[in-house]
Design a protein around this ligand. Structure first.
Ligand code: ZN
Length: 254
């Protein structure tokens, strides 16, 4: 019986070797599988900018964001009284009511919290790279400061940078206020000190992850938001129509 099994196994191995031998045109068959010089594409992340392909290294690798695109009608402009130099800055309609509530509360508490940047399209992010590459900087140098296209939370429309979006922010009363209050409005400091993404600390960068539940107070505030007018009447209606259950399902986790 054992002999028959041996013969069968030998036949199977012999058949396999014939296939391998004919495929590899005389390459030795003694290479152990672990030593095979194969690189699997599914573990190498690349981005293509101006027809040039670049490998995305850590800590960006593994942190690609989805979805890659937002339609303009999914976005709302943040009230200019809350943006740095009254610039026109957009955020995902779903995050808008919570953001305005949070900024209103900060204002009431005497905290001058201004958004310096929020939604940035993947095209915008790509243009940054094109410009910097043309200036002679290398891809590896640029990604020390700028997320590769497809890797920025700003593309989701849920993330924002508060002013000043640099290291000074960690020393401000605005940052202390956000640390105490941001979470109850559904905002998270994504790249906190020693964050799970192994990214450098960015005290100024906060992302909307959704509120745990709606209170009566929230409904009142959302009505006020609608009355302030945004020039895009459809989107606020959609966000008002969303109940807590829908909201929970559409939370973007990072
Ligand atoms: Zn940011």
């Amino acid at each position: 019986m054992q002999y028959i099994v041996f013969l069968l196994l030998s036949a199977i191995i012999a058949t396999a070797q014939i296939v391998i031998a004919s495929d590899q045109l005389g390459e030795p068959l003694s290479i152990s599988p672990v030593a095979l010089p194969i690189k699997y594409d599914n573990v190498i992340e690349t981005v293509t900018i101006d027809n040039e392909s670049y490998q995305v290294p850590e800590p960006w690798a593994g942190n690609r964001q989805f979805p890659l695109y937002r339609n303009f009608d999914e976005l709302l402009p943040i009230p200019k009284k809350y943006t740095y130099q009254e610039s026109e800055i957009y955020i995902l309609a779903e995050a808008y009511p919570s953001l305005v509530r949070m900024l209103d509360q900060a204002h009431l508490d005497g905290i001058d919290l201004k958004v310096e940047s929020a939604y940035r399209s993947i095209h915008y992010q790509t243009r940054i790279f094109v410009r910097m590459l043309k200036q002679g900087r290398t891809f590896d140098d640029i990604i020390r400061y700028v997320a590769p296209p497809g890797y920025s939370q700003h593309m989701l429309g849920t993330a924002m940078d508060f002013y000043p979006s640099n290291w000074e922010f960690a020393e401000t009363e605005q940052y202390r206020w956000l640390q105490e209050n941001g979470q109850r409005f559904g905002f998270e400091e994504t790249y906190a000190r020693n964050n799970r993404f192994r990214m450098p600390w960015e005290a100024w960068h906060w992302n909307y992850i959704g509120e745990p539940h709606f209170s009566d107070e929230t409904v009142v505030q959302e009505t006020e938001v609608k009355e302030t007018g945004t020039g895009q009447p459809d989107a606020p209606d959609e966000s008002l129509a969303e109940g807590p259950a829908v909201k929970a399902e559409t939370i973007i986790s990072n």
